[in-house]
Design a protein around this ligand. Structure first.
Ligand SMILES: Cc1cc2nc3c(=O)[nH]c(=O)nc-3n(C[C@H](O)[C@H](O)[C@H](O)COP(=O)(O)OP(=O)(O)OC[C@H]3O[C@@H](n4cnc5c(N)ncnc54)[C@H](O)[C@@H]3O)c2cc1C
Length: 380
């Protein structure tokens, strides 16, 4: 009988990255262990928009049903604005190479569902299991806490997918690089918002150096993001900042109309918008995945799709070529390659990172769209 503590693949972290990989590898016959610290998922203010190419990638990984079961909504339209002026109303299935809409979901529900899918595919999933120690080697080893007891397992490959601040990554000495700009992204879910439920709204405002995204999730709930320069104003944090956050949506022109009865549904939090990444994602039996590998441009809205698609695909390919002998290709370039493969993207969803100069470029693009199109009377 096989030793119950020996695996082909052990994964730390049951986010979209870790669970998608667990599902795909278990399906392909690997003996997989997945450790997830949270006994239940809660709103951590994370990505809830899967852009068109990500929707197609999720389907091709066999995750389409899981997302539907998690309550994912299809949004056909993406409205773009320069300040309060609408510059475009894009029909996504008609104009993307993948011919797919954007989908939105409640992140904790999505995590729960993909984790269950991994378990159904044969992965051994442990909840409330917080990994405390990982060691490189052949096999690599992981220790975790289970109800006050320390448990351990070993694996031919150990994947760390514990998120953007990963203490385990640090403990193994992976070198983390970071952009230096002060871009921030704040987010919160509001309910009682009367926004059209088939349309993603994306605003940029060069005058104040901000961008705003509204992603309807159904039943009048809207995930709302505000991207801004952190050296210009403090971070939004907690219930006391909600009224200021709402007031700061006013430059959209239409926020007062849609958000007049809005109530909070979940926490308000702010994160760094600067990319962080690790160039060498593999070290003696241990590989990094998802935000642990590269936390990439949240305002560009591409990380969930990168993590459930690009990164996972790269990890799978690397596994197939025996990851123990080769470094994995950079997640940063893989996610950008994914973006570039999908052809024309809406403004604000470009493959570039959210650096000032690229932000300016998007502004110029939006301006030219504006001069060409605004007077034709777009509708929200
Ligand atoms: C404000 C904001 C907005 C965003 N908007 C978008 C968007 O619109 N579209 C998009 O595609 N992306 C977006 N992103 C990015 C996206 O949310 C992330 O890239 C994605 O969720 C990362 O998934 P992950 O699985 O790598 O990490 P995580 O989701 O962080 O998952 C890590 C998991 O590991 C678990 N864990 C942590 N430590 C341990 C441990 N020691 N042992 C066991 N388990 C552990 C955690 O509990 C967690 O479940 C946004 C991010 C932010 C911050």
């Amino acid at each position: 009988m096989a030793d119950s503590r020996k695996y082909d693949l052990a994964i730390v972290g049951g986010g979209i990255a870790g669970s998608s990989l667990a599902k795909c590898m278990a399906e392909s016959g690997a003996r997989v262990l997945l450790l997830e610290a949270a006994p239940q998922f809660k709103d951590r203010v994370r990505g809830e928009v899967l852009v068109s190419w990500g929707t197609a990638e999720a389907k091709s990984l066999g995750l389409g049903d899981a997302l539907t079961q998690a309550g994912a909504r299809q949004l056909r339209w993406c409205n773009h604005y320069l300040g309060a002026m609408q510059t475009e109303r894009r029909d996504l299935p008609a104009t993307t190479l993948t011919k797919t809409p954007v989908i939105t979901f409640y992140h904790p529900a999505m995590q729960e569902r993909i984790l269950q899918t991994a378990e159904s595919a044969g992965a051994q999933v442990k909840r409330g299991a917080e990994a405390s120690l990982v060691t490189t080697g052949f096999p690599a080893k992981v220790h975790w806490n289970d109800n006050g007891h320390t448990e351990k397992a070993e694996a031919r490959l150990l994947v760390i997918a514990d998120g953007r601040n990963s203490p385990l990554r640090r403990s193994l000495g992976f070198e983390v690089k970071k952009e230096t700009h002060s871009g921030c992204i704040a987010g919160i879910i509001f309910e009682n918002v009367s926004l059209p439920e088939d349309t993603l709204h994306w605003f940029i405002n060069p005058a104040v150096g901000e961008a705003i995204g509204w992603a309807p999730e159904g039943e009048s709930r809207v995930r709302t993001y505000l991207c801004y320069w952190g050296d210009r104003k403090p971070r939004y944090r907690g219930p006391s900042d909600v009224s200021k956050f709402l007031a700061d949506l006013k430059w959209t022109g239409i926020a007062p109309e849609y958000f007049s009865k809005a109530q909070t549904s979940g926490p308000l939090a702010t994160f760094d918008g600067a990319d962080t990444w690790v160039d060498q994602l593999y070290k003696e039996g241990v590989a990094l995945l998802g935000d642990t590998a590269a936390s990439n441009d949240p305002p560009g809205g591409k990380d969930c799709q990168s993590h459930c698609a690009g990164h996972v695909r790269f990890a799978i390919r690397s596994w197939a070529t025996r990851i123990g002998t080769k470094p994995v290709r950079s997640a940063r370039s893989s996610s950008n390659a994914g973006m570039e493969s999908c052809g024309p993207l809406p403004d604000g969803f470009g493959s570039s990172t959210w650096r000032r100069e690229k932000f300016q470029m998007r502004v110029e693009l939006a301006r030219s769209n504006y001069s060409l199109k605004t007077r034709r009377g777009y509708q929200t």
